[in-house]
Design a protein around this ligand. Structure first.
Ligand SMILES: [Zn+2]
Length: 286
């Protein structure tokens, strides 16, 4: 039995620490602002520096911090401009699109042009939370796809309980050159379909959950050059730390779970993820 986490590894503040990776990797999707908010501390430069130092100590050398509102997107760009290991993605999350107007899109487009912004996201469809009309979500998803194409940056997709509509709208609009499914939640059949379309699948801590055999089956059939890994921190904390807030420093647990699911050596997996990060986001991890 592989040990993904050692109970004797505890950071200075008493939080559990993952065992360091022997080949480095980056976190393809995280929310540093939401992490600070959840911890009840200011989302300032000191917080970002400490989160990224903890991450670097275990071989997680960079992270993409992802906006889910215009204000959060602005925060993400500032964070990325202020720290060499942080990159940003900007968009308005499908459950936050009510009230997003032309002025909001103009601001997103201005932010998206920043060289530290490596993706337009997270955008997509969320039929799980009964908050925002599907028709409105679809309209805004289409506008985000158009924005990604105009600025020439990858599209980072949030897809919750909406697989068929997400794939249909991508087909109808014409997908940008690079498409990443964040927190991929499809099965093996969908993974094959996405890989055949040239989409990249980013796997979260869910891949370590006992009740997620379908996601492990998806990982097993995804070509190595179409795989990324992410925390979605502070959410989706991997087993056995579920219930605690997630953080980039816990990504090694998910990397090892993903390596086991895809029967790939963790070092080989990390090397593949680094080169996919460079291909998709132009991100050099060192
Ligand atoms: Zn997210």
């Amino acid at each position: 039995m592989t040990r993904f986490w050692r109970s004797d590894l505890v950071s200075q503040d008493g939080a559990p620490q993952a065992e360091a990776l022997t080949s480095p990797v980056f976190d393809a999707h995280t929310h540093l602002d939401a992490m600070a908010q959840k911890a009840g501390v200011p989302a300032d430069a000191a917080f970002v520096a400490s989160a990224m130092a903890d991450a670097r100590a275990v071989g997680v050398l960079a992270a993409i911090t992802v906006g889910d509102t215009v204000a959060s997107s602005r925060w993400c760009v500032d964070a990325a401009r202020g720290h060499p290991d942080v990159y940003a993605a900007v968009a308005v999350h499908p459950t936050e699109v009510d009230g997003l107007d032309d002025a909001g899109y103009a601001e997103l487009e201005r932010l998206a042009a920043d060289p530290r912004v490596v993706a337009v996201g997270e955008t997509g469809l969320d039929y799980y939370w009964d908050r925002t009309e599907p028709a409105a979500q679809q309209e805004h998803f289409r506008r985000h796809i158009a924005l990604a194409k105009r600025v020439g940056k990858p599209l980072m997709i949030h897809d919750r309980d909406a697989h068929a509509d997400v794939l249909r709208i991508l087909r109808e609009e014409g997908a940008p050159d690079q498409v990443v499914f964040h927190a991929f939640s499809g099965d093996a059949e969908m993974a094959r379909e996405c890989a055949a379309a040239g989409y990249v699948l980013s796997f979260p801590g869910v891949v370590t959950f006992k009740n997620a055999p379908a996601l492990r089956a998806a990982a097993a059939v995804t070509p190595l050059d179409a795989v990324l890994v992410e925390t979605d921190a502070p959410f989706l904390t991997p087993h056995p730390l579920r219930g605690r807030p997630n953080a980039p420093r816990l990504l090694p647990i998910t990397v090892r779970g993903l390596a086991a699911a895809s029967a790939t050596d963790p070092d080989v997996l990390c090397a593949a993820i680094r080169s996919t990060g460079e291909r998709v986001f132009g991100l050099r991890t060192a």
